[in-house]
Design a protein around this ligand. Structure first.
Ligand code: ZN
Length: 434
């Protein structure tokens, strides 16, 4: 492959979604980079095969406030042309997303936008983009050198698209202590359907996740590695005694209705935001690996969630009582293990939510009511949460987009009519129950 460009992996990426985003395949990226595993990590620099010669389009990274209509205006093209080129079926875009813009070279307007990330300071940003701290301060009217992650700065320069940052040195290996808890065991088989025991499925998957994470240099502690009974409280105590950084309990679901199917991820009724983020990291990966249905992140007062000090989640990997879920569990077993491992790896370093906030669904609320309250659409919320339909329930946690990129304002006012995101979040804090 002669044509490629480089891309730096961010939290939440996986090879499949990167392939989708850039119009190539997971396999092509693995081949070009000599990868033997699908595990990647934030900060890793990948070569991405480029299927078209340069000059027909360029890549642009969405920043807060962008929408397709204003991008079309800015780059002398149209919203429709951008959607066609990227194969988009919705106008929803989000900060950090990379899209193709039709055109030979980026037009020039003297500066481009850059979103500050953790660890940046004005001096290093100036170095990276071939300018100075003073020039950036002047262009942005800054009177102080204090900047903060998420802040959008104008950077002096000729190109709209910032040059790719120099390949960072490989990130120092992050080694964490992670407890993997295979649910049930011994005298407690969990759900039993014919000869199939939940305790066995849980253990098999937990052991596969353990192997993958140990391969990534992580310190894994298993609450059980064989078919033995471990009391619920002891599972939490194992995590607490070892000062674990994360606790992931693996279960399979069961229902009297054989039609019930799908996956869900539980967190305690009251958790730090990081725990919510971790739960979405893992569930997103699992859903992308191929499930019948995503029920989302849900809150529950389960013993292992309540008594564990570390951020804890309890995954229900499909229903034992649904034939198709069992088939998917067996067919996708390796993909499920890799997905859970990737979601855990994505969670080793805290990444604050960007472009959305978490919201707890209260009894009686519908997706329509919630979307309207926050100036977004049910479609946008469904897409962001990878939900198949508008069905939600009390106790569910949703990611709500904070950027006005819904169809409502496309073609209308180019400026978003949103209140400042910070104000919105503060005003709603009483209801967020984070
Ligand atoms: Zn169970």
């Amino acid at each position: 492959m002669d044509n490629f460009f480089t891309y730096t992996v961010v939290a939440g990426d996986n090879l499949w979604t990167i392939g989708q985003r850039f119009g190539t395949t997971m396999e092509a990226i693995m081949a070009l980079n000599g990868l033997t595993s699908t595990l990647i990590h934030p900060g890793q620099v990948l070569r991405i095969p480029s299927e078209a010669p340069a000059g027909e389009f360029f890549y642009y990274t969405i920043v807060p406030g962008d929408n397709l209509w204003t991008l079309g205006q800015r780059f002398g093209t149209t919203m429709d042309a951008i959607m066609r080129l990227n194969g988009l079926t919705s106008t929803l875009i989000h900060p950090g997303q990379v899209i193709k813009i039709p055109g030979e070279t980026p037009p020039t307007d003297g500066h481009f936008n850059y979103t500050v990330v953790a660890g940046d300071n004005l001096w290093t940003i100036g170095q990276r983009f071939g300018t100075t701290m003073e020039a950036i301060m002047e262009l942005n009217g800054l009177t102080s050198t204090l900047i903060h992650p998420g802040q959008v700065l104008k950077i002096p320069g000729r190109d709209i698209t910032p040059p790719p940052p120099p390949p960072p040195p490989p990130p120092p290996p992050v080694r964490r202590t992670i407890v993997i808890d295979a649910g049930h065991g011994g005298t407690d088989p969990g759900a039993v359907v014919g000869s199939r025991r939940e305790a066995d499925d849980n253990l098999r998957l937990a052991l596969a996740v353990q192997r993958l994470l140990e391969g990534q240099g992580q310190n894994i502690i298993m609450t059980r590695s064989t078919d033995v009974f471990i009391p619920l409280l002891e599972r939490s105590n194992i995590s607490n005694r070892n000062n674990a950084d994360m606790f992931v309990s693996i279960h399979r679901n069961a229902a009297t209705n054989a039609a019930a199917n799908g996956v869900e991820n539980y967190i305690f009724t009251n958790t730090p935001q990081r725990t919510v983020q971790n739960a979405f990291n893992v569930l997103d990966e699992l859903v992308d690996a191929g499930v019948q249905r995503n029920h989302g992140v849900l809150r529950a007062n389960f013993s292992v969630l309540r008594h564990t000090v570390a951020p804890a989640m309890l995954l229900e990997v499909g229903f034992m009582t649904n034939a198709r879920d069992n088939q998917l569990f067996d067919q996708n077993f390796n993909a499920y293990a890799a997905a859970i491992a990737r979601g855990i790896m994505d969670s080793l370093v805290e990444t604050p939510p960007v472009g959305y906030f978490f919201y707890d669904v209260a009894p009686g609320e519908t997706l329509g009511i919630i979307a309207q309250r926050f100036g977004t659409t049910p479609d946008a919320v469904m897409q962001l949460n990878k939900l198949p339909n508008t069905s939600i329930r009390a106790g569910q946690v949703l990611r709500i987009p904070t950027v006005g990129t819904t169809t409502q304002n496309i073609g209308g006012a180019p400026e978003s009519s949103w209140p400042a995101r910070g104000l919105l979040a503060l005003g709603m804090l009483g209801k967020l129950r984070l």
